[in-house]
Design a binder for this molecule. Structure first.
Ligand SMILES: *Cc1c(COP(=O)(O)O)cnc(C)c1O
Length: 435
């Protein structure tokens, strides 16, 4: 296919008119133009090829241009691309539901399809509020979460993001104000310190008459700092929710579908949430799609009292294209033996990133499943960010650091050789730059 625009024209239009995530139009950060992508490789418009260390933000777990996922979409396009979900259903929605139920804990058997992760969070939070309302406790409509979290960019998602990173001050008076417990200090790899839970317990005890749910990212706090905390913390949260009749909302939008080495991160603690949010990898990175799952009990309680219905229903709910590619992606997850794939990633990340520990600029290296993090001593300045980004591209890899974090979460299908190349390039860039 002829590419009618030169790379230069394309980047010029982009710079002049297109907004990118978290950027200024006055001082836009450089962007790179992708012409195509296949397996673990991005090909830029200027012909350069980059090994992808990001899976497009946790999503493209089966790699790009995957023939199975391509086929699922193409076949569905010729049947029906979209149809309203109000009063209508279709095979892709049902087939996806069946496979989801095979994967999640048995108790979570009510599925609400959403158009993005942030919407899945909105839906989960509305479910928790409606649940308490239906139980005759309408005053229980506030949430507890932990600092350092990330739950999306819509207003309710933001309200439970870290208040500092999320710049809550900017929206003061409009953004709902919820309760924040300190981030657990015991890391995943350390031995549990019971003092770590005191703050959360106190917060809940003091405010339980107004709380409907605790919402958190189990085990791995992603965009809020790539922090791995101790499974015992999660078990304590579950027990506390049971003690006070609160719902537990697990945001597994980033951690779900094997990324942490378990199919769902809650499994590290052996607990089950009342409401589970899934997204990102659910379609293998092909389309924006997500799901909020609830227990039968949550569903029944919501439906048992006025208004008697769950008050949500987006236009593109249950989109057949998204459902069919999600179904294919989850089938592939099982067929490809995700556990072996992710174990391979963990080994490659550990071996490949270990040398970074010897660098002066590096404070810590940590790996959990298919997530590898190199934490620097100092946060990157915006100039440093531009420089390091360019150096990574120069080295033939796509990695996008933030703050003090250079992190990798490669596609599950990445070969050993590509992974070795990726980690060696990270080391080389950090070793030669001034960060
Ligand atoms: C990305 C993310 C979201 C938001 O999902 P979007 O699809 O970007 O709206 C919510 N929670 C977590 C943990 C995420 O990583």
């Amino acid at each position: 296919m002829k590419n009618s625009m030169s790379a230069q024209d394309l980047l010029h239009f982009d710079k002049t008119h297109l907004w990118h995530p978290y950027t200024s139009i006055e001082e836009p950060l450089p962007v790179y133009s992708v012409a195509s992508a296949s397996s673990s490789t991005l090909t830029l418009t200027d012909g350069r090829q980059l090994v992808d260390g990001m899976s497009s933000w946790w999503a493209a777990i089966h790699g790009y241009n995957n023939p199975v996922l391509n086929r699922a979409l193409v076949e569905q396009v010729s049947r029906v691309s979209h149809v309203m979900f109000g009063g209508l259903t279709h095979e892709p929605a049902v087939e996806l539901g069946k496979i989801l139920l095979q994967l999640v804990p048995k108790s979570l058997n009510r599925i609400f399809y959403c158009d993005s992760g942030s919407v899945a969070i909105e839906v989960a939070m509305k479910m928790a509020m409606q649940y308490m309302h239906a139980l005759g406790q309408p005053q229980k409509k506030r949430f507890v979460t932990i600092r350092g979290g990330y739950h999306g960019d819509t207003f309710h998602g933001m309200s439970v993001c870290d208040p500092v990173n999320g710049m809550h001050g900017l929206y003061a008076g409009v953004l709902p104000e919820y309760f924040f417990a300190d981030r657990p200090t015991t890391s995943f790899f350390a031995s549990w310190d019971a003092a770590d839970f005191v703050g959360m317990r106190r917060l809940v005890e003091e405010n339980q008459q107004n709380i409907c749910a605790i919402i958190l990212e189990p085990i791995v706090q992603g965009a809020g700092g790539m922090y791995f905390y101790h499974p015992q913390y999660l078990r304590e949260v579950r027990a506390l929710c049971d003690e006070y009749g609160l719902l537990l909302i697990a945001d597994e939008i980033a951690t779900g579908f094997g990324r942490t080495g378990k199919l769902f991160a809650c499994e590290h603690a052996g607990i089950e949430p009342d409401i589970l949010c899934l997204g990102k990898a659910i379609t293998g990175g092909y389309m924006s799609f997500a799901a909020t799952l609830a227990t039968e009990e949550v569903g029944r309680v919501i439906s048992s009292a006025a208004p008697g219905v769950f008050m949500h229903g987006p236009t593109f709910m249950g989109n057949p294209l998204a459902c069919s590619v999600a179904k294919a992606s989850l089938q592939l997850l099982i067929e490809n033996d995700w556990q072996t794939q992710v174990e391979g990633l963990a080994k490659g990340l550990e071996e490949g990133l270990a040398p970074c520990l010897d660098l002066d600029c590096v404070a810590e290296v940590r790996v959990l499943g298919g997530i590898g993090v190199v934490e620097l001593h100092a946060p990157l300045s915006s100039q440093g960010m531009v420089q390091i980004q360019a150096a990574f591209v120069e080295a033939g890899i796509w990695v996008r650091p933030f703050g003090r974090l250079v992190y990798l979460m490669p596609p599950y299908i990445m070969s050993k050789e590509e992974l070795a190349f990726l980690t060696a390039a990270v080391f080389k860039v950090l070793a030669t730059g001034d960060y």
